[in-house]
Write a protein that binds this ligand. Structure first.
Ligand code: FAD
Length: 317
């Protein structure tokens, strides 16, 4: 079922979460173990991230390093099929521009359609770790909006090969990312919102936000979106802080602020067990306020660990 239908039919705020494929070499059980404790809160959908290739250097023992390409967390499509089958829940694969040409993207979308997957979250992806700027593949997409247009074309039965006749229309509901604190490459929030509006005008039906720790940022973002004519559901993304290290890691990685009050408390905490409790309590307060304001869904970034999310959800759902 489409995310937009889940939202339209819901009588109250829904619970959902995002998982990461396991590192290459691990098995699917780690995914099941992360999902199982959260099923009692009836998530209508679970997002599965996509991870592009990385360069690694292998020491060849003679002073020489060999540069190799590897995908450390493969398996997004297979995991989506496996969790739909096991938990009867909609799985939402993330699909990205980075590392794919248009033909590969089309074939992946055909697989997803055949598997009965109704939703995709369309993203550009980040640059490879060794590169500063995002570089599209030869014949790949440079921005999420270009990938989005490819999905919408497929929804209209328009494949890359224009000579295909009697082609089947797919029917994906497409979500995109939004940034309450601005995407880090955008010159200003206005410009970022213009591109977000372009994605919605091109067919995106809902938005999931980057994590934020101050609800005011989300409320102001939603207001600015509405003023800009963006009228689709805006799903807030939340993450409970779990370690002291995340005080610098999360702002560095996701270009977000951590409010002073939260950062001060975390800094004073004697151990990461205490940080985890602080993070959970902060996230419950954030979630409760968002719920009271009637957000359609509370979407949690689990990063493979479900215990904090379980504690938060048991207070709210
Ligand atoms: P875009 O919408 O393409 O925007 C990128 C930048 O370019 C922005 O600054 C925007 O303002 C600007 N822009 C947009 N369109 C144009 C245009 N046509 N011309 C000029 N400028 C333009 N990454 C992964 O690799 N895998 C994942 O699974 C994943 N999941 C995510 C889930 C969520 C909810 C979020 C918020 C992010 C996720 N990311 C993921 C990270 C995401 O890929 C990065 O934040 C990336 O840098 C931007 O992706 P985007 O889709 O927002 O890009």
């Amino acid at each position: 079922m489409k995310i937009t239908d889940h939202i339209a039919q819901a009588k109250q705020t829904l619970f959902s979460f995002e998982i990461l494929p396991p590192l290459k070499g691990q098995n699917i059980q780690s995914i099941y173990n992360a999902i199982e404790p959260l099923m009692e809160f009836n998530p209508p959908f679970v997002d599965v991230t996509y991870h592009r290739e990385e360069f690694v250097f292998k020491d060849r023992g003679n002073g020489l390093l060999e540069k190799k390409t590897t995908r450390k967390r493969p398996g997004t499509v297979g995991i989506c099929a496996a969790i739909m089958n096991r938990f009867q829940v909609d799985a939402v694969p993330h699909i990205i521009c980075g590392g794919f040409n248009q033909e590969e993207t089309e074939n992946a979308l055909i697989d997803l359609d055949f598997l009965g997957i109704d939703n995709v979250l369309v993203l550009r992806g980040d640059p490879i770790k060794s590169e500063t700027y995002f570089k599209p593949d030869a014949d790949g997409h440079a921005y999420a909006i270009d990938l989005l247009k490819q999905v919408i074309n497929l929804n209209n039965g328009k494949y890359l090969d224009e000579e295909l006749t009697n082609s089947t229309n797919t029917d994906f509901c497409v979500g995109v990312a939004g940034y309450p604190e601005k995407h880090f490459e955008a010159p200003n929030l206005k410009s970022d919102l213009n591109w977000l509006k372009a994605k919605v005008d091109a067919g995106a039906e809902y938005i999931v936000t980057q994590m934020f720790f101050d609800n005011v940022k989300y409320f102001e973002f939603v207001e600015a979106c509405r003023e800009a004519g963006i009228n689709v559901p805006i799903i807030p993304g939340l993450k409970p802080l779990a370690t002291q290290r995340q005080l610098s890691l999360l702002p560095h990685r996701f270009h977000i602020d951590i409010p002073e009050a939260l950062a001060d408390e975390v800094q004073k905490a004697p151990s990461n067990e205490v940080v985890r409790e602080i993070g959970i309590e902060w996230c419950i307060q954030q979630s409760q306020e968002l719920m009271d304001k009637g957000v359609p869904v509370l979407h949690y970034y689990s990063m493979g660990k479900s215990d904090s999310i379980q504690k938060i959800a048991s207070n709210l759902f």
